[in-house]
Design a protein around this ligand. Structure first.
Ligand SMILES: *[C@@H]1O[C@H](CO)[C@@H](O)[C@H](O)[C@H]1NC(C)=O
Ligand SMILES: *[C@@H]1O[C@H](CO)[C@@H](O)[C@H](O)[C@H]1NC(C)=O
Ligand SMILES: *[C@@H]1O[C@H](CO)[C@@H](O)[C@H](O)[C@H]1NC(C)=O
Length: 419
């Protein structure tokens, strides 16, 4: 029964509404309104491919992620560079531009080290002030902010964007890491629970490495349930917050998660990330194959039983962006990654959009629209990423500037592209 009717019928019966029973009011109408948003990648968690200059300027090839950025440099030097980056990469003007582009969400990746660094961990801190600024700016421009824990102690996926690049992640195999992560989620919810209209949703862990098998998945599933308690019931077991939990599919198919945290749970959303350049097969697709595959996701998103947000995706169709696969690693597309065979040349596929052909830009518009149409069959989408130093194919800002992204995301030129 809709909430208002329940309140009215209770009022008719002379029963005063009991807030703890009827109080769940998410700060955004997930499921009825579409999420349309952008990630603030490479700001509070460094990524070599988003800001290659920060890494190049160190003059040290062994600096490949934020951990080594702190480990292999003088503290004052590293801190000054980061401070300058935090002050300039994203500012209030970006929030204004994101709102003006008709978007309603920003997803903010942040590492655990912004909240608590362990002894011997070389991370530099100071990001928390910027999380707070981001919340204020989101509120000022009427945007919803997702706090996304992008890096956990021990690394949950071994990607450079978890803070620590490594061949096999160690978050899941060490209970101390998991316990520390739970404590950080408690810290985050205690910061933002009263601001649920601006921060309606928390993602307790980005992209845990489910591809490494059941050892990881078992820990992840328990962690999603523990995070549910931490985020949805932060006060006691009968008093709900208004904050939604955004779990991630851990690179498993949606069918793997059928029924997970459905019965007996309330206020849970699923995040899935869709890219088409990280396998030899997909990177070799032609334009129509990319579009067809984008469209093909619509039905499984529509059928999923939780709210489902495509929290990362891109109109980029190659892995050509410099260091996208890690500092010092080449690309599948042009065969510069070892063990791959070239599909074509990377020239004109990434870098500055002034070098993109009109055919390529037209394809990007079509591919962007196909994804938007398809992902809105679910609860909506959040593009990766708002800006990149030298990879305009990934940049929402560049897409707006050069025309493959419309100024209003509902203004489609190819509304029937998936039919
Ligand atoms: C588990 O992780 C913690 C840091 O979170 C570390 O101090 C400890 O040494 C790790 N234990 C093992 C057995 O690796
Ligand atoms: C794209 O690839 C598909 C599958 O190989 C093929 O049928 C189609 O003709 C190709 N399209 C173009 C425009 O090359
Ligand atoms: C791309 O080139 C144009 C024209 O030279 C320049 O204005 C713009 O800043 C460049 N974009 C990036 C991301 O470097």
């Amino acid at each position: 029964m809709p909430l208002l009717n329940r309140l009215l019928s209770l009022a008719v019966l002379g029963v005063s509404a009991v807030p703890s029973v009827l109080s769940f009011q998410p700060g955004f109408s997930y499921g009825s309104e579409k999420v349309r948003g952008v990630n603030l990648g490479g700001w509070l968690v460094l990524e070599p491919w988003i800001t290659p200059s920060i890494f190049e300027n160190t003059g040290n090839d062994d600096i490949v992620d934020e951990w080594t950025f702190g480990e292999y440099q003088d503290y004052d030097t590293a801190k000054a560079v980061l401070q300058d980056h935090w002050n300039s990469w994203i500012t209030e003007d970006d929030f204004a531009a994101i709102a003006a582009a008709g978007l309603n969400h920003v997803r903010l990746p942040v590492g655990y080290w912004a909240f608590a660094v362990g002894s011997g961990e070389p991370y530099i801190t100071g990001q928390l002030d910027y999380v707070k600024k981001a919340i204020t700016w989101a509120s000022d421009y009427d945007l919803k902010l997702i706090i996304d824990l992008h890096g956990a102690p021990g690394s949950q996926n071994g990607f450079d964007n978890s803070g620590q690049r490594m061949s096999y992640p160690t978050w899941h195999s060490n209970q101390t890491n998991v316990d520390r992560t739970n404590e950080i989620i408690k810290t985050i919810i205690s910061m933002v629970d009263s601001e649920y209209e601006t921060v309606p949703i928390i993602a307790p862990l980005n992209e845990p490495a489910g591809f490494d098998g059941d050892d990881v998945l078992t820990v992840v599933k328990q962690y999603w349930k523990d995070s549910y308690g931490n985020i949805r019931y932060p006060y006691d077991s009968s008093t709900e917050s208004n904050t939604v939990e955004l779990i991630h599919d851990a690179f498993q198919s949606l069918s793997y998660w059928d029924g997970f945290m459905v019965d007996g749970y309330d206020g849970v959303a699923m995040d899935t990330h869709i890219y088409q350049m990280f396998s030899d097969k997909q990177v070799a697709y032609n334009y129509s194959q990319h579009i067809k595959e984008a469209c093909s996701h619509g039905s499984s998103l529509a059928d999923f039983d939780l709210w489902i947000i495509v929290g990362e995706w891109t109109p980029a169709s190659t892995d050509c962006a410099k260091w996208l696969n890690g500092r010092g690693t080449g690309a599948r597309y042009d065969g510069t990654m070892s063990g791959t065979t070239a599909v074509g040349s990377c020239t004109g596929k990434t870098g500055n959009a002034t070098s993109f052909s009109s055919d390529y830009k037209q394809f990007m518009r079509q591919y962007w629209e196909a994804q938007v149409i398809s992902y809105e069959k679910g609860s909506g989408w959040i593009q990766w990423t708002w800006k990149a130093e030298n990879a305009d194919d990934w940049s929402y800002q560049a897409g707006l500037k050069y025309g493959w992204i419309p100024q209003d995301p509902t203004d489609l030129e190819y509304p029937n592209i998936c039919d």
